[in-house]
Design a protein around this ligand. Structure first.
Ligand code: 3PG
Ligand code: MG
Length: 398
């Protein structure tokens, strides 16, 4: 892969201690991992290194602990979940530095896998403090980063370590960077972006960057209402950030200047209350009743989105078109996702999706496996779409 050192460049690792930064920040309910996708994604890197005889030492964070070690944020249960996914034992050390880590590492045999406790139990992790980074580095000969989804953080384990040890991108990091390059870095045109979700306020930088890079931008979800209102369309009781009208207008001006088409909803699914199965009707976007809420885009809009997908060679998708968590307001998101998946399967579209709710929405539509690439990254995917350099990626560049 151009620009990055990968496991192809790592040389002999037999007997070497390889510190692998992974993202095990997985959703947990009642002590059980509810979505193991991130664990599944790191399996290839671990298997490859272990097979070559490396001592594979996993570094990860879990949640956002504020006051040092706690059972709530311990990675110990995740070590068991990781063992289940990998189908092999995964050791655990109760600290990521110091004697506990050193003893566990010293006891490893070639090919063993060990997970060290939550790096964020030390405040120095997030501050990227050199003394702490050196303590982490003391347990390794080589550093591999396989956590694209944490690469927007300049922490000791995501950035600092790459300055102290020979550093390589793991297989998932590599796949992610390849896919992102195809999506926005050096895409086949025309490129269409679909951006949805609730709020414009969280995605201003992203929209500003996208209008300069893509040929068409479909805006859906609650954030579309802010654009509609800015344009003078009444949106009734819909979610809408009226105070961002100026920002929305500015984004539309920048899009016009850059030759990027903006596609706003032509019709909407409107209901009087936001709950499952609430009575709803499709109305033209100019006819939203004063007491109505737009909870999804309508059939005409779905047709237009599908037409844009047909014209596109590349699709970048972040955020649902409607309130997909609640039926029947998932219809547009499901229909558009299925259409993009079908075009991808026909070899006519490169489709890259990621960020927060997007993966859940594509899973709900049952098509996540048919996209070219679905990122498990939340914040990192958004920052990438904003065009920002990610510290954990920058430091891996040759
Ligand atoms: C994520 O879940 O998005 C990553 O693991 C990063 O976590 P953070 O937002 O707490 O840094
Ligand atoms: Mg996050």
């Amino acid at each position: 892969m151009a620009g990055f050192k990968t496991l192809d460049d790592i040389g002999a690792v037999s007997g070497k201690r390889v510190l692998v930064r992974v993202d095990l920040n997985v959703p947990v309910a009642d002590g059980k991992v509810t979505d193991a996708t991130r664990i599944e994604r790191i399996a290839p890197t671990i298997a490859e290194l272990s097979k070559k005889g490396a001592k594979v030492i996993l570094l990860a964070h879990f949640g956002r602990p504020k006051d040092g070690p706690s059972a709530e944020f311990s990675l110990e249960p995740i070590a068991r979940a990781t063992a289940d996914v990998l189908g092999r034992p995964v050791g655990f050390a109760a600290d990521c530095i110091g004697a506990k880590a050193a003893e566990a590492v010293a006891a490893m045999k070639d090919g063993d896998v060990l997970l060290l406790e939550n790096t964020r139990f030390h405040k120095a992790e997030e501050k990227n403090e050199p003394a702490f980074t050196e303590q982490l580095a003391a347990n390794g000969d080589i550093y591999v980063n396989d956590a694209f989804s944490a690469a927007h953080r300049a922490h000791a384990s995501t950035e600092g370590l790459a300055h102290l040890l020979p550093a390589y991108a793991g297989r998932t990091m590599q796949a992610e960077l390849d896919a992102l390059e195809k999506g926005l870095g050096d895409p086949v045109r025309p490129v269409v972006a679909i951006v949805g979700g609730a709020k414009v306020s969280t995605k201003i930088d992203l929209l500003m960057n996208l209008v300069k890079k893509v040929d068409a931008l479909v805006i859906g979800g609650g954030m579309a209402n802010t654009f509609l209102a800015a344009r003078g369309t009444a949106v009734g009781k819909s979610l809408c950030e009226h105070d961002l009208a100026g920002t929305a207008k500015q984004i539309m001006i920048e899009a016009a200047e850059a030759g990027c088409a903006i596609i706003l909803p032509a019709d909407g699914v409107v209901a009087k209350e936001f709950k499952a199965g609430a009575p709803s009707e499709i109305v033209a976007i100019s006819d939203v009743p004063a007491d109505g809420m737009i909870l999804d885009v309508g059939a005409k809009t779905v047709q237009s989105v599908s037409d844009w997908i047909d014209r596109a060679a590349t699709l970048v998708w972040n955020g649902p078109l409607g309130a997909f968590e609640i039926e029947p307001f998932d219809r547009a998101t499901v229909a558009a996702a299925k259409h993009a998946a079908a075009r991808t399967k026909q070899g006519k579209l490169v489709s890259v999706a990621g960020g927060g709710d997007t993966v859940a929405a594509l899973n709900h539509a049952g098509v996540a496996g048919d996209f070219t690439y679905v990122s498990t990254a939340g914040g990192a995917f958004l920052e990438w779409m904003e065009g920002k350099p990610l510290p954990g990626v920058e430091v891996l560049k040759r």
